[in-house]
Design a protein around this ligand. Sequence first.
Ligand SMILES: Cc1cc2nc3c(=O)[nH]c(=O)nc-3n(C[C@H](O)[C@H](O)[C@H](O)COP(=O)(O)O)c2cc1C
Length: 384
Amino acid sequence: MPERAAPSLLFSPLKLREVELPNRVVISPMCQYSAGGGLANDWHFQHLGRFLGAGLVFTEATAVESRGRITHGDLGIWSGDHAKALRRIARCLKDRGAVPGIQLAHAGRKASSRRPWDGGAALDGNDADAGEPPWETVAPSAVPLSDGTTPPRAPDAGEIAAIVDAWGDAARRAHDAGFDVVEIHAAHGYLLHQFLSAVSNRRNDAWGGTLEGRMRFPLQVAERVRRIWPQEKPVFLRLSASDEGDPSWTMDEVIVFVSELQKLGIDVIDCSSGGIGAQGFAIRGRRVAGFQVGLAEQIRRRTGLCTMGVGLITEARQAESILQRGQCDLVAIGREALFDPCWVLHAARELGADPDFRFWPRPYGWWLDYRARTVGPDPDERDR
Ligand SMILES: Cc1cc2nc3c(=O)[nH]c(=O)nc-3n(C[C@H](O)[C@H](O)[C@H](O)COP(=O)(O)O)c2cc1C
């Protein structure tokens, strides 16, 4: 008798509020730097539509206001036209069996930058000459990201309230566009993380100083998004659960923040790391497989909240065992999905969850199953 594969946890559904993910593989948000004026185009449509089989597919960081974009190429959702351009993507993902998710973001002092492949530095007059002028950035305090660059402007109470409004409006548009999961980007040194960190937040008013003050703005955003986002749909929040550039942001502080988010009804904590300095996402130094999963595990264990692990999760068995060990509830795949857009379908085959190609779209799966059933040694040859 052939050995039956043990049931896969990775390919079991997960219900979050009234939204059921068909499996626990998530495509991590990944900026494409390929939009014009914040509008999604054919590149985003085909890029996101390629990740067949994923339970949940996130758009890249999508700016809640135009000055919140990292680069001129980022997606935005600050108008109805932006939502309209994204609607086609949400519909396509749903048609293919995935839950469509959108990551909402504001880059704060990391806005007005060049694309990573152009060096990622702050835009300047040369970029203006090339048609991509710099713009004024906002951040909790007028502390520039790196020496010699123009400092951001620190908003007053009224302007902070307007930014919270922008998050709420963006969430409303994202729902109208057909997304079923929203993620608040509070990681990687962007605006919400800038408020949380004493490195970038030097305010001595209600939005700075103590942890309570530094958490105020991110919690206001979380509260607003949760209030506007339909009750039956889950809200995720991505945070940097550790940052070597920030000794003040300890796991104990992270847990206090997460406990407040839990009270507000945030459903999943997506655990990343790093970014408060000029470096990009994730803690620097040597990276090993699943290097951030331990952070998700600690948060899950200490708060009981659902967590998502991300970072160098590249193998089907690795992803399965992360879940089997109870380290997190979902795994997110980033670059490995760029390398192999059919990663999820291949993982399902490897784990024995899809022996007859049923997870594949019919126009592919029927042929692959047929090939699998018909290819092999000629029975006459074999018996000889
Ligand atoms: C091209 C690219 C773009 C990214 N853009 C975003 C983003 O928009 N929002 C975000 O939270 N993380 C972003 N990240 C980080 C990924 O979501 C992910 O956390 C990181 O790549 C680690 O996972 P991996 O090892 O599976 O790639 C990006 C990463 C890459 C490679």
